[in-house]
Ligand binder design. Structure first.
Ligand code: CMP
Length: 140
């Protein structure tokens, strides 16, 4: 298996409920290592740029409003098969469809306020990491 890096966010619904540590522990328990981490209050522009791929979707406005409504913890995670592993531990986008024991099943409030984000493929992981971090901020 290949060592990979992926991008993760702990979203405002989770930081508001003081779940940064609880969620990070679930990631670490799944074998992922936090090699970069920063708490940011992103601007509406940051959110629109980050989620540009969704700009034609009906939920885009709501998504950008929510993501700029409070602090987010942006992270780079490293490990064997990190992209798939992170998606597995996050669970389905809609917490109603998430497997038992996943972050979204345990902590998410709704499809919009779903506590975490994780990259879905190597190309998006590289792009999303670059959006938030410079190489010198990532320490493996
Ligand atoms: P995320 O993995 O961050 O990627 C895009 C986000 O859009 C997704 O998680 C959800 O939080 C959000 N999203 C997807 N579908 C909807 C929806 N129908 N209504 C509101 N938000 C949504």
């Amino acid at each position: 298996m290949a060592i990979e890096r992926t991008f993760s966010m702990i979203k405002p619904d989770a930081t508001r409920r003081n779940l940064t540590g609880a969620i990070t522990k679930m990631l670490e328990d799944a074998g992922l290592r936090v090699v970069a981490s920063r708490r940011v209050w992103m601007s509406r522009r940051d959110a629109e740029g980050f989620y540009a791929v969704h700009k034609e979707r009906p939920f885009f406005d709501e998504l950008c409003e929510f993501m700029s409504s409070g602090p987010t913890v942006v992270q780079v995670l490293e490990g064997d098969n990190a992209i798939a592993k992170n998606r597995e531990v996050m669970g389905a986008t809609n917490p109603a469809n998430a497997d038992e024991g996943t972050i979204r099943k345990v902590h998410a409030l709704s499809i919009g306020e779903n506590s975490v984000h994780g990259s879905d493929a190597p190309e998006t992981a590289a792009q999303e990491i670059r959006y938030w971090f410079s190489d010198t901020e990532i320490v493996g």
